[in-house]
Design a protein around this ligand. Sequence first.
Ligand SMILES: C[S@@+](CC[C@H](N)C(=O)[O-])C[C@H]1O[C@@H](n2cnc3c(N)ncnc32)[C@H](O)[C@@H]1O
Length: 411
Amino acid sequence: MRLHRNLVFATVDALLEIFNEGQYADKVIEKTLKRDKRWGARDRSFIAETTYDIVRWKRLYAEIAEVKEPFSRENAFRLFAVWATLRGIALPDWKQIEETPTRRIKGRFDALSKIRKFRESIPDWLDELGVAELGEDIWEKEIGALNKQAPVIIRVNTLKTDIQTLQQKLKDEGFETINLKDYPYALQLVERANIFKTESFQNGLFEVQDASSQLVADFLDVKPGDRVVDTCAGAGGKSLHLAALMENKGQVIALDIYGNKLKELKRRAKRAGAHNIETRVIDNNKAIKKLHGKADKVLIDAPCSGLGVLSRNPDAKWKLEPEFLDRIRKTQQEIIRQYCKIVKKEGKMVYATCSVLPSENQLQVKDFLASEEGKDFKLIEDRKILSSETGYDGFYMALLEKSDSKTSEQV
Ligand SMILES: C[S@@+](CC[C@H](N)C(=O)[O-])C[C@H]1O[C@@H](n2cnc3c(N)ncnc32)[C@H](O)[C@@H]1O
């Protein structure tokens, strides 16, 4: 591989913004890619993938390069030189990287790879937390899997097409996909590509959605005609899937505390032809109270650490903090105790997160079931999805049912 100066310089600039200014990697990359209209698909993918790689391996590379944050421009070039050396890419004689000690880099890599927090490039606290929550063996495998680049997976929009027709259409547009056993709505791209420009996407025939995430709406067991409340709908990945499973019949009420996310949801719903979704911003308690006892099914896709989706969001390793985790666990318990009231008698509720930590998942459900608010609910089934077992995002989902309290009192 020949390194192109302007692409490497753009990557270094992006890294400095992400590491030193605390900006989100996806936003910085999106902005960087707009810098030069002449860049083709390969140039753009070099910048995006190299930046993500160096973000993912920041601790390991910084240790090898012997640089400390905040990084100078010179430091960022050294991180880049480590990345290139470990990939066996011949370094050009640019003054920024001319003195790279190639042999020493390989030696340090071998030595540091013996220690998990360096090998997997994670902060000490996260390594300790992973071991405490999952045990040494599972954590070792899980963090390894979460450090792999995530595949591009799409969900067919059954309101507009079926999976075979979509697969053929994408093939005609130049994109090969494969079916995934046990994921009835999913296709995986054989090669990573930007598929947002395809006619199929513009016409709402699919959404990009990880395979594990595609299991959540199905888990709620919705039927056409149901009244469903998606309490933490965000930009609506799961609301759209719910609407499709309900064949546009019945109602999906999509709630979130952020109006801008719901605006994006509306845009996506229009493209998808999902006509039964109504969005409502939660700006006070009344929004929830009005819905008490009204829904056949409730989805709580709770805000979480996002540790299950590190493979698509590696900078979370550096942005997450233990204090945030403490706060988010409290929020999760408040949300489940408050929003469970929306479920009507004999209705169902799914509590889900994209985390692999029991403290955000099964322990939250356990606490809820032991609480006053949870006393009418019973756990029907839960799924703990590890990335190391499936190759997709880490997820948790619990299906709960509310009893008819009168019947249970009489019994
Ligand atoms: C995991 S994300 C949702 C992703 C979304 N369901 C999807 O499939 O695309 C969690 C969402 O919860 C929202 N949120 C945070 N606190 C909330 C609260 N107290 N009530 C409702 N939503 C909340 C966040 O804004 C965020 O959009």
